[in-house]
Design a protein around this ligand. Structure first.
Ligand SMILES: Cc1cc2nc3c(=O)[nH]c(=O)nc-3n(C[C@H](O)[C@H](O)[C@H](O)COP(=O)(O)OP(=O)(O)OC[C@H]3O[C@@H](n4cnc5c(N)ncnc54)[C@H](O)[C@@H]3O)c2cc1C
Length: 463
């Protein structure tokens, strides 16, 4: 194991994480510190490592498929769901077409179409799931605007849309606005063009906690502050998972450790890298409160790699402002901080840039330069660690060289738009189904052939 701040992908999560807005508003979750002092059982049929939305939903799907809850153990290195799932920007936002060209270059047009169709399906699945199980996670199904803030980016989007259409992509759900219409629709005076399509937002920690609560109520065991530090072969069909509170011998292990997956799976070290991301909560001024609250979500784009994401929560009106990992205006020291796995604090320069940009994008936030009331404006800032893969898509499925081990990780800062098909997919495969039955894009499948392809060249990063 390397030290916590060396940017390596072979680390346990940092042990002193800050709290996000989402965590600060869910401190009463009764399983936050589940079984934190107890020894782990000596055996379990299924061990899910990681209690984020991937781990929680994988366990949930195993139980839905008939696995007894008592057969499932979830190991979590920190408090329950304390990784990216409880630290994100709250967007459940499919890519409608923008990534098509970039995905095509890496995976070919057929897979690129599938990647985009899969994200649309995830939105439907989240909506269905929340309704079916009455999940109180503040899910808000609405539409989102992709707002082009420069002519160059407007051109990039237009070309992506054209290529996507020519390849047979469905655009029936996408609206396009230009000039004054784009400005009126988005309330952004500097907008050059905008695209609109269905998307949603949610309270991601409440969603993750619902999944954990549901499986615990049905007999599954969650051990918090209990990292898996090593996995060793026990017999030809069994694995020993080492933790500080004992060794569990398991038939099947599902790695849902996202940015930290390479600690236990060193073969991923070069292809799955942690990156630190930051988000902010803002209390609205009157221009964004009550009937002036934003009804849509936003991606506000200066370029492919320089953008801001924005949602406004229905319940308390809080604005959640996410930032891109790249930004040409930031210092090199701040940009280098992206490679840290230290989510114990936030970066002040990024926060100041986010606020400045937000005020520029929405000048009526503080009309006439008037000061804000005490309590309005920036409420909180936090960081979390995302998992970037070198081909921009997750690793899902069986790890053939390690029979009985599976993975669902590497969501490229985009898991809310992917996990709701990937986690059910990995659960199906762990239960013996074929890859083709998952309906997932083939390029998501973990294979040694995929790794060797990645090691043969430097594929471009898409996000
Ligand atoms: C600031 C920020 C903004 C984001 N915004 C968005 C957004 O708006 N929309 C979107 O789609 N996505 C967004 N993301 C990404 C999204 O949050 C992730 O893709 C998603 O939460 C990944 O879920 P997961 O369950 O796979 O991983 P995680 O939630 O990270 O869960 C992995 C868990 O595994 C645990 N773990 C790791 N190693 C071990 C080990 N060895 N033993 C035991 N436990 C271990 C970790 O502690 C963690 O709890 C954002 C992320 C961040 C940080």
């Amino acid at each position: 194991m390397t030290s916590p701040n060396d940017g390596s992908s072979r680390n346990l999560p940092n042990t002193t994480p800050c709290l996000s807005y989402w965590q600060r508003t869910t401190r009463a979750f009764p399983h936050l510190f589940a079984d934190q002092h107890n020894q782990v059982p000596s055996t379990a049929k299924y061990v899910v490592i990681g209690s984020g939305i991937s781990g929680g939903l994988t366990a949930f799907e195993l139980l839905e498929a008939g696995v007894p809850g008592e057969d499932v153990v979830i190991l979590e290195a920190r408090e329950a769901a304390s990784g990216a799932s409880s630290r994100n920007a709250g967007h459940v936002r499919p890519d409608a077409f923008r990534g098509f060209n970039a995905y095509s270059k890496v995976h070919g047009p057929e897979q690129a179409l599938k990647i985009i169709a899969n994200e649309r399906l995830v939105l439907e699945k989240v909506d269905d799931f929340v309704k079916k199980h009455h999940v109180a996670c503040d899910f808000n199904l609405t539409t989102t605007f992709d707002v082009c803030m420069t002519p160059e980016f407007a051109k990039y989007e237009a070309e992506s849309l054209q290529a996507y259409k020519e390849a047979g992509g469905d655009v029936s759900h996408i609206e396009f606005y230009e000039g004054s219409e784009a400005r009126a629709k988005t309330r952004i005076p500097g907008a050059i063009a905008a695209y609109e399509w269905p998307a949603g937002s949610s309270h991601p920690a409440k969603l993750a906690q619902f999944l954990l609560q549901s499986v615990i109520e049905r007999g599954a065991k969650l051990f918090t502050f209990c990292p898996a530090t090593e996995v060793k072969q026990s017999t030809s069909t069994l694995w020993d998972i080492h933790t500080p509170r004992g060794i569990i011998t398991a038939e099947k292990i599902i790695h849902c450790t996202n940015a930290h997956a390479a600690l236990l799976l060193p073969q991923l070290e070069a292809y799955l890298r942690p990156n630190r991301a930051q988000a902010h909560s803002l209390v609205p001024t009157p221009a964004f409160a009550a009937e002036n609250a934003l009804q849509n979500t936003f991606s506000l784009r200066y370029s492919l790699h320089h953008f801001y994401s924005l949602i406004q929560r229905k319940g308390d009106g809080t604005l959640i402002l996410g930032v891109s990992r790249s930004n040409p205006t930031l210092s090199s020291e701040t940009l280098d901080g992206r490679f840290s796995i230290d989510d114990s604090r936030f970066n002040e320069e990024i926060a100041q840039d986010a606020l400045r940009s937000f005020n520029k994008l929405f000048p009526d936030y503080t009309p006439g330069g008037n000061g804000m009331l005490h309590g309005e404006g920036l409420d909180h800032a936090w960081t979390g660690i995302i998992a970037m893969t070198t081909d921009s898509v997750p690793f899902v499925g069986a790890i053939d060289s390690l029979p009985g081990q599976y993975i669902c990780a590497g969501f490229n800062g985009h898991g809310m738009a992917r996990i709701f098909t990937c986690a059910p997919g990995v659960a199906e495969i762990a239960l013996g189904r074929e890859w083709s039955e998952t309906g997932l894009p083939e390029c998501f499948r973990f294979s040694h052939e995929r790794l060797s392809r990645l090691s043969n060249g430097n594929l471009p990063s898409i996000w």
